[in-house]
Design a protein around this ligand. Structure first.
Ligand SMILES: Cc1ncc(COP(=O)(O)O)c(C=O)c1O
Length: 498
């Protein structure tokens, strides 16, 4: 039962004796609210602490403590012998504003905010990276089989005896041990050629993309990216005040001649040569060599986004474009998000030796450095072989999951979709058959908990391409039959509606 007062001014005040909030705090809050929304007017005398305590059936101390707090914050004034009064110093416009706020149901009142043009453009796209599950989500790895015991042991080891620089002063480019471990790892697995000094540890590859574009793009510049392509690249270009030039890719990947026709002056090409995102093509060797030649001869640069090439199912993982570059023209971007988990927020950038200082300065002004203990644990996770072992196990698992998914789709959904296995990566592209439209399917699928993505959403320009990015890496094979049934149900409904 709530305690209520009979006092006319305070008729609506009530306290809840069962609440975990102490009574004096509750009383302070209800009185403050009543003053702010004008139910108790400035200048009004509050009942004495004794009367209020008796009305509310609480101790006098409770009331006195609440009154003390209200006095300290300026809501009431107390005159010895004369009682407590609501302050008449509260500005009218403050009280008015409060009244208006109370009238809106959406939390904050509507107001005009003069945002920059860039913020206005980006605002529309934010859908947040809230965890909604893994089913068919492209790019989401398997978490359940991650060796968390080993990871926790490595973290624990460093937290128990933290070096001073773990607590303050981690180097901007990342701890030395991690830069060494990454340089070694990338050399062995991706034929990246670099010294540890060229490796800059960052909070994810999105930050790396951001810094590279910031370093090369002036406001108004035109920057090449792929069509379809990774929205994070597009957004970083917009963020820099530059314009993305979306260059259509084909089976051989990014096409220099097309790009030159579209914007010959571009000083930076942002591409994903090992595994084009999202279509999955591998850039052919002649195209790679052409692009490197262009960069060398024209004094231009290339951002290589190598986000998931560890997962290759046929033959050996391909070498990076950076490894082919003899003129230090490539800025190589990688991430731990796919081989470990995105919440780690560790990625890296490998830059030409004469750009190391530039990137260290740029990074310093963004967020200083990444969390030091996670870096130290990661260095050991790599150098003691845990990462390589985990990637090997996941490669086998993902290969099986892809097989299961593709055969289920071919068996149950061939009327609506055409799909073939991918040589690498964590998702397949299932092309929709007319009259199906990928955007409508994505909307319906989301409602059913299927987190696949529509391909047309990755195009900058309007497109008649229609397909689905269906992730298999993080989806258990035993769940797939039921999930594919759900998808087929949606496809059937969608095709019936047209
Ligand atoms: C193609 C591509 N590049 C970069 C990223 C960014 O990854 P992160 O910032 O988590 O390292 C992603 C994430 O999904 C991606 O798909």
């Amino acid at each position: 039962m709530a305690y209520r007062t009979k006092n006319a001014h305070l008729a609506s005040l009530s306290l809840d004796p069962d609440s975990i909030d102490p009574l004096h705090r509750q009383l302070f809050m209800v009185l403050r609210e009543a003053i702010l929304d004008g139910r108790i007017k400035p200048g009004v005398r509050l009942p004495s602490s004794r009367i209020l305590a008796s009305d509310l059936k609480v101790s006098r101390n409770t009331v006195l403590t609440a009154f003390d707090q209200l006095t300290a914050e300026g809501y009431i004034t107390s005159r010895v012998g004369a009682g407590s009064y609501v302050s008449d110093q509260l500005p009218d416009d403050f009280l008015e504003r409060r009244k208006k706020e109370q009238q809106t149901t959406s939390g904050l009142p509507k107001r005009e905010i003069h945002l920059s043009r860039m913020a206005q453009k980006l605002r529309k796209q934010a859908d947040g990276d809230i965890y909604r599950g893994k089913n068919f989500s492209p790019g989401t790895p398997e978490f359940d089989q991650f060796p968390f015991e080993d990871w926790a042991r490595l973290l624990g080891r460093h937290w128990r005896r933290p070096k001073p620089e773990f607590l303050v002063g981690n180097p901007i480019g990342g701890s030395r041990v991690l830069r060494e471990a990454l340089a070694d790892h990338l050399g062995q697995t991706r034929a990246v050629r670099c010294t540890p000094d060229q490796v800059i540890v960052l909070s994810g590859s999105q930050q790396a993309i951001h810094l590279v574009i910031t370093a090369f793009a002036e406001a108004g510049d035109r920057i090449w990216m792929e069509e379809p392509g990774y929205p994070g690249i597009r957004n970083s270009i917009l963020y820099a005040g530059a314009t993305p030039v979306a260059v259509p890719v084909d089976e051989e990947g990014f096409h220099l001649e097309t790009a030159k026709k579209m914007a010959p002056e571009a000083r930076l090409a942002c591409i994903s040569p090992s595994h084009q995102y999202p279509l999955g093509h591998t850039m052919s060797l002649p195209r790679r060599l052409d692009l490197l030649k262009w960069a060398r001869e024209e004094n231009r640069f290339i951002l290589e986004d190598d986000y998931d090439s560890e997962y290759r199912y046929t033959g050996r993982p391909l070498s990076s474009l950076q490894g082919l570059d003899t003129d230090n023209r490539v800025l190589y971007v990688g991430t731990m998000s796919k081989v470990m988990f995105p919440g780690l927020r560790i990625g890296y950038l490998v830059v030409p030796p004469d750009l190391v200082d530039v990137f260290l300065s740029l990074r310093k002004d963004v967020d200083g450095h990444s969390p030091a203990v996670a870096e130290a644990a990661l260095a050991e996770f790599i150098s003691e072989g845990y990462l390589a072992a985990h990637i090997r196990r996941m490669r086998l698992l993902y290969e099986q999951r892809q097989e299961t998914l593709v055969s289920l789709l071919q068996e149950k959904a061939s009327e609506y979709l055409s799909v073939t296995p991918q040589e690498s990566g964590m998702h397949v592209i299932a092309w929709t058959k007319p009259p199906l439209k990928d955007r409508d399917i994505e909307t319906e699928a989301r409602k059913a908990g299927l987190l696949l993505r529509c391909l047309s959403g990755f195009y900058e320009k309007p497109t008649d391409k229609s397909g689905l990015l269906i992730g298999f890496a993080g989806t258990r094979a035993e769940d797939m039959p039921q999930l594919v049934d759900k998808l087929v149900y949606i496809l059937k409904n969608q095709s019936g509606q047209r």
